[in-house]
Ligand binder design. Structure first.
Ligand code: ADQ
Length: 486
C-alpha cells in the first residue's frame, strides 16, 4: 500500500480526546495510523532569528515532520494572505478583505519553501493529501520541483461564487494553482458548483461529467478531477462520550446553575464568519417577544478566541462582549443570567456531555465550510429525549442535516421564531428528526469521507499536463448537480 503524506498548515497536536482533536485531526490521524505515513506542516512556532529546522518525530506508524516559520513568513503567509485575504473572501466577507501584493508573494514563497522541505522526505509511490486554503499553491510548487506523485487537495472552507472570488486580485493564479492538483475535494455540491462555474466562465476551461465518480476538469493545460466530499464525525463515539460525561462535574454544575431552566447552547471559534452577533440578537428577540421564556431559558455560548493578533478578531470580541453585557443588563434578574458567554477551550468529552444537556443546539454561521459542531451536537443527544438543532442554511452541514430547523442567520425574527419552536417541540417530532439525522451521520462518518477521497485520489492517473480529451463540456452548474461523491 502506498504511504500517505498529509500536509496541512498546522500539524494537530494529537492527544486522544483532547481539546485540539477536531474532525480533521481525528479523521486524518486515523488514516495515517492505518496506512502508515507522515504528517507535515508548521509546528506553530515563530522564530525571529536563526534558521527553521525540520523536526521529525516517529509515533508508531506515523511520522510527524514539523517546522517553524520565520516572523516575516508568519506575517505574510499566515496572518496576511491566508487570514486577511482568503479567509474573509472565501466566507463572502469581501468587506473585510485586505490585500497586499507583498503578502501574496510571501504566501507563494512560503508554499514553495515548505514544498522544498518536503521533497527530500518523499518516496516515489507516496500519495500526498494537502489540506486547506493556506496551501493552494503547494502542488504547483511540488510539480516545479519535479514531483510526479499523486497529489490531492481538500478545501475545508467554502469555495466562493465567482463574483466574490474576483475580488481577490490574484484569483486567476489561485485557480490555476489549484489545477496542479490531481483531485480537488470540496465540502458540498454548491462549493463544487462555484468552482466549476469559475472554470467554465472565467478560465475558459471545461467540465466533463461523463465518467463515473468525480468530474473531469480541463483548464490551464491540465486535466484533474473534482468532487464534493462532506466531512463527517464519528457519531456513535460522540454519543458514548456524551453519555459517559452525563454524571460528570461540568454537567452537574451546569444543571445546578440552570435549576430547571432550558438550555440553548453554541460552541464556535470566536470568528466573524460564525454569525455570533446576529445569534445574540435573535436570543434577545426571543426574550423580547416571548415574555413566557424569560427566566425559563439560558443561552450558553462557548467561544475561545482565535487569531487574536488580528484586528478583525479583536473587533468581534469587543462587539460580543458589548452585546452580551447589554442583553444581560436588559433582562437579567437576581437569580438568572440569560447569556453565559465563556472564552475557553474544553475537552471534547466535556463539550459532548454539555451538548447532551442542551435542549437546543444553536449553530448559525453566516458561512461555514461544514461546521462540525452541528454534527457533534446531534450525535451527543439522548435518542429517547433529544434536543433540537437550529442550523444556518449557510453551513455546509445544512446540505445533509434536514432534520434541523434551518434558518437564515441574518433574519433575527426568523431565528427567534425557530428558537421558540425548538424549545416547545413535542417529543415525537424531536425523536423523528434526531433519528433521521443520525442515519445520515452514520452513513457519512469521517472514515467514509477519508476513504472516498483516498479511493478517488488512488484512482487518478498521476501528474498529467496535456490538453487532452474529447471531453463533453457541460456548464459547471449542471456538472455539479450530476456528481457528488460520498
Ligand atoms: P472550524 O472553523 O474550526 O473548522 P468546526 O467545523 O465547527 O469549525 O470545527 C471546530 C472543532 O473544534 C469542532 O470539533 C469543535 O467541537 C471544536 N471546538 C470548537 N470550540 C471549542 C472549544 N471551546 N473547546 C473545545 N473544542 C472546541 C474548519 C471549517 C469548518 C469545517 C472544519 C472541518 O471552517 O467549516 O467543518 O474545518 O472541515
Amino acid at each position: 500500500m502506498s504511504r500517505l503524506i498529509i500536509v496541512s498548515n498546522r500539524v494537530a497536536p494529537i492527544s486522544e480526546g483532547g481539546p485540539a482533536a477536531g474532525g480533521l485531526a481525528v479523521g486524518v490521524y486515523d488514516a495515517l495510523k492505518e496506512t502508515g505515513g507522515m504528517w507535515f506542516g508548521w509546528s506553530g512556532d515563530v522564530l525571529t532569528s536563526g534558521q527553521p529546522q525540520i523536526k521529525v518525530e516517529e509515533r508508531g506508524p506515523v511520522t510527524f515532520a514539523t517546522i517553524a516559520l520565520m516572523r516575516r513568513d508568519y506575517d505574510q503567509y499566515y496572518r496576511g494572505f491566508s487570514n486577511a485575504t482568503l479567509w474573509p473572501a472565501f466566507h463572502y466577507r469581501a468587506d473585510l478583505l485586505q490585500y497586499d501584493r507583498h503578502d501574496f508573494e510571501g504566501y507563494c514563497r512560503v508554499n514553495a519553501w515548505l514544498a522544498q522541505q518536503l521533497v527530500p522526505l518523499l518516496r516515489e509511490d507516496d500519495v500526498i493529501w494537502v489540506h486547506d486554503y493556506h496551501l493552494i499553491p503547494f502542488a504547483q510548487a511540488l510539480r516545479a520541483a519535479g514531483v510526479k506523485n499523486r497529489i490531492g487537495f481538500f478545501l475545508h472552507i467554502p469555495f466562493p461564487a465567482s463574483q466574490v472570488l474576483l475580488a481577490v486580485p490574484p484569483h486567476r493564479e489561485l485557480v490555476e494553482a489549484l489545477c496542479s492538483f490531481d483531485l480537488l475535494g470540496f465540502q458540498t455540491a454548491p462549493d463544487l458548483r462555484a468552482f466549476c462555474d469559475y472554470i467554465v466562465n472565467e478560465a475558459n476551461g471545461t467540465v466533463d461529467a461523463s465518467a463515473q465518480g468525480p468530474l473531469t476538469i480541463h483548464a490551464f493545460g491540465r486535466t484533474l478531477r473534482a468532487a464534493a466530499y462532506p466531512i463527517g464525525v464519528y457519531p456513535d463515539e460522540i454519543a458514548e462520550l456524551a453519555k459517559a460525561g452525563e454524571r460528570g462535574k461540568p454537567v452537574r454544575t451546569m444543571k445546578a446553575t440552570l435549576h430547571s431552566r432550558k438550555l440553548i447552547m453554541s460552541v464556535d471559534r470566536l470568528d466573524y464568519s460564525k454569525g455570533l452577533v446576529e445569534r445574540f440578537r435573535a436570543f434577545e428577540r426571543l426574550l423580547e417577544h416571548a415574555a413566557a421564556q424569560r427566566n425559563k431559558v439560558s443561552f450558553l455560548q462557548i467561544a475561545p478566541p482565535t487569531r487574536a493578533d488580528m484586528h478583525a478578531y479583536q473587533d468581534i470580541r469587543l462587539q460580543l462582549e458589548g452585546e452580551s453585557g447589554r442583553i444581560n443588563g436588559r433582562f437579567a434578574e437576581l437569580d438568572w443570567t440569560p447569556i453565559l458567554y465563556i472564552h475557553k477551550q474544553y475537552e471534547r468529552s466535556v463539550l459532548a456531555a454539555l451538548f447532551r444537556t442542551a435542549h437546543v443546539g444553536y449553530v448559525t454561521p453566516l458561512r461555514d465550510g461544514m461546521n462540525l459542531v452541528a454534527k457533534e451536537y446531534v450525535s451527543a443527544q439522548d435518542p429517547e429525549n433529544p434536543g433540537v438543532l437550529v442550523l444556518s442554511r449557510f453551513a455546509g452541514a445544512a446540505q445533509e442535516l434536514d432534520g434541523a430547523l434551518i434558518v437564515n442567520p441574518v433574519d433575527i425574527d426568523g431565528m427567534a421564531e425557530a428558537l421558540a419552536r425548538a424549545l416547545g417541540m413535542p417529543l415525537a417530532e424531536r425523536q423523528a428528526r434526531h433519528r433521521d439525522m443520525m442515519v445520515q451521520l452514520r452513513e457519512n462518518n469521517v472514515s467514509v469521507w477519508r476513504d472516498n477521497f483516498m479511493r478517488d485520489l488512488q484512482g487518478v492517473a498521476g501528474a498529467k499536463s496535456t490538453r487532452s480529451g474529447k471531453a463533453r463540456a457541460v456548464s459547471g452548474k449542471k456538472a455539479a448537480r450530476e456528481t457528488q461523491a460520498g
